[in-house]
Design a protein around this ligand. Structure first.
Ligand SMILES: Cc1cc2nc3c(=O)[nH]c(=O)nc-3n(C[C@H](O)[C@H](O)[C@H](O)COP(=O)(O)OP(=O)(O)OC[C@H]3O[C@@H](n4cnc5c(N)ncnc54)[C@H](O)[C@@H]3O)c2cc1C
Length: 436
């Protein structure tokens, strides 16, 4: 019987394991040093915020693994020996495999800041980070102020978490406006306002120079690079992005760049070794996509795809149309297709904002052909299938706007605002087509 070993029990590794089991009787072992079993990383914030218990982030109960004959092993892999098809664990145990899947996810970036390893400095990625946070910042008496470094999706989650326990937060964002490398100016500004409304001390155009220690090796304060200002704090959250968790592969002969290099079939340069999820870097990137996409659903898709290859027919990874979702405090964000931060030469945009300043729709389309390219939405839940189809069918912006009622989950909301949105579109007269 073939033994498939998967390093990493995140969404990528576990999806692969589940689908391998669906299609075959192969022996499957899933290894992780972090946790006994799969949990939803994206739900970690809700544990700290008291909405969920940690066990609620685990969608499969313990009998599931036994019943499906998926063996779970809690251990850190320190070395891979491809020649002998074996793994070495940190406790010096070993394991052999016939086929190996590397699904080791990411680690938070650290940029060599002085003081970055002090007590009181953490990232927000692993279960252990959450446990540390509970110790370092249980309440505002123990943690009088926290500083968060890096204005991305994880930084704003950490800000919301600390805010939920009334811990004052200073948020250092290097850019002049929040996440403006990804979001157009309007959406970015909307989030700046939302963050400030929550009484977060948002410092735009500010980066970290160093973290200063007290006499016990604990964080005492930080220094802001641009101004030299010192901010006293008990906790520093480093949320300046993530990178593939692949350091342990050095010297194994497995080709890496930023991540583990894979072809369209998720194969590495070494036979019978594959990589999926956050740690995988595509050698041939599909149009407009990035070589490394550290998001949940692409990890799931890679897991499903690879399972086909390992049990059935060799299958290429096809990520489909880009979409993503997140939450910025109370504002839900969704994106389908592409609405880049800057409008490209062949593109035109249509932006509508609700008067409460918390809801908006931003459409991107081709200026000449009117083909719909993408949409950002804040505070309005859109239907995935609708936009996936619109993109596949290369619908025009006018087609998309005409049927927008069917595209969102809250028809009542849309009924209220449909006239306003269409009137604004007609008034701007970007397409010379008047919608009814
Ligand atoms: C706070 C937070 C919020 C997020 N929110 C969103 C969101 O809203 N939407 C979205 O799309 N994405 C979100 N993401 C990103 C998403 O969670 C990741 O893209 C996804 O979880 C990656 O899955 P993975 O299976 O590739 O890796 P991981 O989930 O990282 O799993 C890899 C596992 O392998 C283990 N491992 C690594 N090295 C070894 C080793 N040598 N030996 C043994 N075990 C090892 C790791 O400890 C880990 O348990 C969020 C991430 C975080 C941290």
């Amino acid at each position: 019987m073939k033994h498939i070993v998967i390093i990493g029990n995140g969404i990528a590794g576990i999806t692969a394991a589940r689908h391998i089991r669906k299609n075959s009787d192969h022996k499957i072992t899933v290894i992780s040093g972090e946790s006994d079993a799969f949990f939803s990383r994206t739900a970690l914030m809700y544990v700290y915020m008291g909405h969920l218990k940690f066990e609620h982030t685990q969608p499969y109960e313990s009998w599931f693994w036994e019943k499906n004959k998926i063996e779970l092993k809690k251990a850190w892999v320190t070395k891979i020996d491809p020649k002998n098809k074996s793994l070495l664990f940190s406790d010096l145990g070993t394991m052999t495999y016939d086929q190996l899947v590397i699904a080791t996810g990411s680690v938070p970036n650290k940029f060599g800041w002085p003081g970055q390893d002090l007590k009181g400095v953490l990232g927000l990625y692993h279960q252990q980070d959450l446990e540390n946070l509970e110790v370092l910042a249980p309440n505002k008496e123990v943690c009088k102020r926290a500083v968060i470094v890096g204005g991305g999706l994880i930084g704003i989650e950490l800000a919301e978490m600390l805010h939920s326990r009334n811990i004052p937060v200073t948020f250092l964002v290097r850019e002049q406006s929040f996440w403006n490398g990804v979001l157009p100016a309007q959406e970015s500004e909307l989030i700046n306002k939302e963050i400030k409304e929550k009484q977060i001390d948002l410092r735009l155009g500010s980066s970290l120079k160093e973290i200063i220690s007290d006499e016990n090796g604990r964080v005492k304060s930080i220094v802001i690079e641009e101004t030299g200002e010192i901010v006293n704090c008990n906790l520093v959250g480093l949320t300046a992005g993530v990178r593939p968790n692949i350091d342990f592969l050095q010297g194994t002969g497995i080709a890496t760049n930023k991540g583990v290099l894979v072809n369209r079939f998720l194969e590495t340069n070494i036979e019978d070794i594959y990589a999926i999820g956050d740690c995988a870097e595509q050698k041939e990137v599909s149009k407009n996509r990035r070589a490394i996409e550290a998001v949940w659903y692409t990890g799931r898709m890679m897991g499903e795809t690879l399972a086909q290859t390992l049990t059935n027919a060799k299958t290429a990874y096809k990520p489909g149309h880009w979409f993503n979702s997140a939450k910025f405090f109370d504002i839900e964000y969704q994106t389908y297709g592409w609405v880049w931060a800057q409008t490209k030469e062949n593109e035109a945009r249509f932006y509508w904002e609700h008067r409460n300043g918390k809801k908006c729709l931003h459409f991107n389309y081709n200026k000449q052909s009117l083909e719909f390219i993408g949409v950002n939405s804040f505070g309005i839940r859109l239907r995935h299938e609708y936009f996936d189809r619109a993109l596949s069918e290369k619908q025009s912006i006018t087609q998309v706007l005409t049927h927008l009622k069917a595209a969102n989950f809250d028809p009542e909301f849309y009924e209220k605002h449909e006239a306003e949105i269409i009137t604004q579109f007609n008034r701007e007269n970007q397409t010379n087509i008047q919608l009814k």
